[in-house]
Design a protein around this ligand. Structure first.
Ligand SMILES: Nc1ncnc2c1ncn2[C@@H]1O[C@H](COP(=O)(O)OP(=O)(O)OP(=O)(O)O)[C@@H](O)[C@H]1O
Length: 554
């Protein structure tokens, strides 16, 4: 973005902040703090502050700043490990009521991507949007073979709008990190970078389509979750075509009850789907808001979930799995010492962290949670507490774990909304236990071996040659190391010699100087005993001798 545009946007943002009485945010930085007195000239800001609580003013300001800031606020609202509770709760209320862009424009984008008229692809494309959000908009359409599909189209010029707002966000984040007292703890630059990555993922609909295909494959043999089919020939970076699904939205609780859906089974299946995605596949849908979850009620006794919107998916590496398994086990045994040790061992917290302090902090936050009946304990809340405490100890929190924690909270909330008596533990426990055994037991070893076997089969024949190569490299490294050690030893000796020479030179110089002083004081000092020239010669001679010793010979 050009500089004038950036400045214009910055000014606009400052005005919005001032309008909502958020001048305290501006004056919290070290730069502006000396000018706090200027606030007396802003009576409207004072008035605003009396009118509404801070959290609400922040939410309103973000809404005024447009869809990218709204999305930022929505994502931030899930970071309860970072934000004060009142702000997080208020940001969760942010709605992106983005007006749809005209249907002709959507058609033009599709045609530009296909480089041919839409009629070549669709028998019908509804110009009235089905849904419209900050990044994309969805239209209903029909293929020539009669299949009903949806066409998801990125908003026009969305890349530029995102680029502009991200630039401003980075600028604010850097200023906050440097000049704001809380900046170091909250690490705003890191938060903006994560947001940047999420947005970039959402800007590529090919990627979203690939996520959908993968999830569909993972649940191909299951009746729990249905994932609509991607229509790959019509999918591009800015356009995605997908089977249109019909069903009741998960938030339509009355509709689900009226359709005779077994709500207990539905809630339990939701949890099961989530645990399967996380613990079996390490690949989970991480944008679980009610707008993206439907229920196929064609057989109410056997309700089936249908998911859409695969822009944000989480995946867990074997290291993350190990971390979760180890920590869950330690938590359930209430072994906080082990939790603390695990964090230090794995490098999640800096090595200088005091294990006993970390352990005490964990105990303080977790004991009240375990006082509750097991059925009421929230795994999401447990993870959140863990991250909150970790952050106080400078724990490097991984984005995929935060995604997991946020999704876990959403799923637990949703499950309990559907069926308030839902016992998450009885549903989730078998998965957790099975998976922990898998991760930590002999099965993990077998699984690792199985995974490595094809690779081993490929590399085994070349092993002798590679071993030979490795041995020669080792030998060479040893020779080099010996040479380096020799060089180091001679350097050390040289340094010692230099030290001795320096000392001798210094002493020599002092003696020669003293000789001059004694000669100059000849007869004027009682301490000279009347034989100053002799003393002076002796001192001078000793000085010369020292210099001779110190003189480099090689
Ligand atoms: N395959 C589909 N069949 C029927 N409706 C769909 C389908 N895909 C999406 N929709 C509808 O369009 C809405 C928006 O789709 P989607 O969530 O993919 O877009 P988005 O731009 O990522 O929106 P948001 O960011 O609000 O989740 C969905 O909430 C759903 O109502």
């Amino acid at each position: 973005m050009t500089r004038p545009r950036l400045w214009l946007r910055l000014m606009q943002i400052n005005l919005v902040l001032l309008r909502h009485g958020l001048d305290e945010i501006l004056f919290a930085t070290r730069w502006f703090r000396p000018f706090r007195f200027l606030r007396i000239f802003m009576p409207w800001a004072w008035f605003r502050r009396q009118q509404r609580p801070r959290a609400e003013r922040i939410r309103l300001a973000l809404e005024d700043l447009g869809p990218i800031f709204v999305k930022f606020g929505q994502i931030l609202s899930t970071r309860r490990d970072l934000l004060p509770a009142d702000i997080a709760a208020e940001l969760a209320r942010l709605q992106d009521q983005v007006p749809p862009f005209p249907g002709e424009q959507a058609r033009a984008i599709v045609e530009a991507e296909y480089q041919q008229p839409v009629d070549g692809w669709f028998a019908h494309l509804d110009e009235q949007a089905l849904a419209s959000a900050s990044i994309a908009q969805v239209h209903a359409a029909r293929l020539h073979d009669g299949r009903d599909v949806i066409v998801k189209v990125l908003r026009p010029n969305i890349e530029q709008a995102i680029g502009r707002d991200l630039q401003v966000m980075y600028l604010f984040a850097r200023l906050a990190q440097r000049y704001w007292r809380e900046g170091y703890r909250l690490r705003p630059v890191e938060v903006v970078r994560e947001f940047d990555n999420t947005l970039n993922d959402e800007l590529d609909l090919m990627r979203e389509a690939a996520n959908a295909s993968q999830l569909k494959r993972n649940f191909a043999d299951s009746n729990l979750l249905y994932v609509p089919e991607v229509y790959w020939p019509g999918t591009r970076q800015r356009v995605m075509v997908m089977e249109r699904i019909h069903g009741l939205q998960i938030s339509d609780i009355q509709g689900l009850k009226d359709a005779g859906v077994d709500m207990k089974a539905l809630a339990e299946r939701g949890t099961e789907i989530f645990f399967t995605q996380v613990f079996r596949d390490s690949f989970f849908h991480a944008d679980m808001h009610p707008g993206n979850i439907f229920v196929d009620v064609s057989n109410p006794a056997d309700p089936r979930y249908v998911a859409v919107d695969f822009g944000i998916m989480g995946s867990l590496s074997p290291v993350d799995h190990r971390y979760l398994a180890d920590n869950f086990i330690a938590f359930f045994n209430r072994d906080y010492r082990r939790v603390a040790e695990l964090h230090v061992e794995s490098g999640w917290v800096p090595p200088e962290t005091r294990v006993d302090e970390f352990e005490a902090a964990m105990r303080t936050v977790c004991e009240p949670i375990f006082e509750r009946p097991l059925g009421e304990i929230s795994l999401g809340a447990l993870l959140m507490r863990l991250f909150q405490t970790g952050r106080r100890f400078n724990m490097e929190i991984q984005p995929q774990l935060v995604l997991l924690q946020k999704t876990l909270l959403a799923i637990e909330g949703l499950g309990r909304q559907l069926y308030p008596e839902l016992d998450l533990w009885s549903t989730g426990k078998p998965y957790l236990e099975h998976w922990m055994k898998d991760r930590l037991g002999a099965r993990a070893l077998a699984e690792n071996l199985r995974r490595e076997l094809p690779h081993m089969a490929e590399t085994l024949p070349t092993l002798p040659r590679r071993l030979d190569g490795a041995l020669s490299e080792l030998e060479q490294a040893n020779t080099e190391r010996r040479e380096q050690q020799k060089a180091l030893a001679s350097l050390r000796a040289e340094l010692q010699r230099n030290g001795r020479r320096g000392f001798a030179t210094g002493v020599g110089a002092t003696l020669v100087l003293s000789a001059f002083v004694v000669a100059a004081l000849d007869g004027r000092s009682p301490a000279m005993l009347g034989d100053a020239p002799a003393v002076s010669w002796v001192l001078g001679g000793l000085g010369a001798l020292m210099w001779y010793i110190a003189w480099p010979r090689d």
